[in-house]
Design a protein around this ligand. Sequence first.
Ligand SMILES: [Zn+2]
Length: 131
Amino acid sequence: MLPELDEVSAPYWTGGAVGELRIAHCGSCRSYLHPPRGACPDCDAALEFRTVSGNGTLFTFTVNYQQFHPDVPTPFVIALVELDEQPGLRVATNIVDCDPAAVVSGMPVRVRFEEHGEVFVPVFAPARPLT
Ligand SMILES: [Zn+2]
């Protein structure tokens, strides 16, 4: 279930060690890109990572009841979260710390990190208590 750390994506998976969500950014286009890649697909410039707020909105989600791995309890929520920094900047992630039945698209979420050795997986929890 854990990502392969490579040179291109490592800042995304390790920023949580210091509580930071880091997203690749093109200085020429002044835009964020995710998932990270070696160069900007629009202008070919090198990308650098910037620390973002960690705030976003749940764009869409699915609740998974199928057990893929004995260490991952079900049900769990697989989601696309749109980050506040830029329209369309979406991160594939999990929604945690809430009842999956109470999750709704459009709800505000905030990042937190699940530590697995050197990897800090960015996941999101409701920004406000769910009613
Ligand atoms: Zn660019």
